[in-house]
Design a protein. Structure first.
Length: 97
């Protein structure tokens, strides 16, 4: 579980990132969850964009991604979801205490 201080830190780190995944009309599927999980292992922090034509609510999409990848939801702002998951063998981000 992330503290408020850690979430603020991660939000500042994610500010300059571009979304590398988009959730569209098909919604969230197993393949997308697997790819996001692999990307989280490599990067630890990433943005996912929810497109206008997505039939599911963006908070539902965020919940599905968090459950599927066991990641932490840092922020859901507009149509952008910021996810964080500590990498087991490629640790790059040092969280404040």
């Amino acid at each position: 579980m992330l503290t408020g201080k850690q979430k603020r830190f991660l939000r500042s780190q994610a500010h300059h990132l571009n979304p590398i995944f988009q959730v569209g009309k098909g919604g969230v599927n197993e393949n997308m969850v697997k790819q996001i999980n692999d990307a989280l292992e490599a990067r630890e922090l990433l943005k996912v964009s929810v497109l206008q034509n997505c039939e599911e609510d963006k908070s539902e999409v965020a919940e599905q991604l968090v459950k599927g990848t066991n990641a932490e939801l840092v922020q859901l702002i507009g149509n952008t979801i910021i996810l964080y998951k500590e990498s087991s063998n490629n640790k790059q981000i040092v969280l404040p205490k």
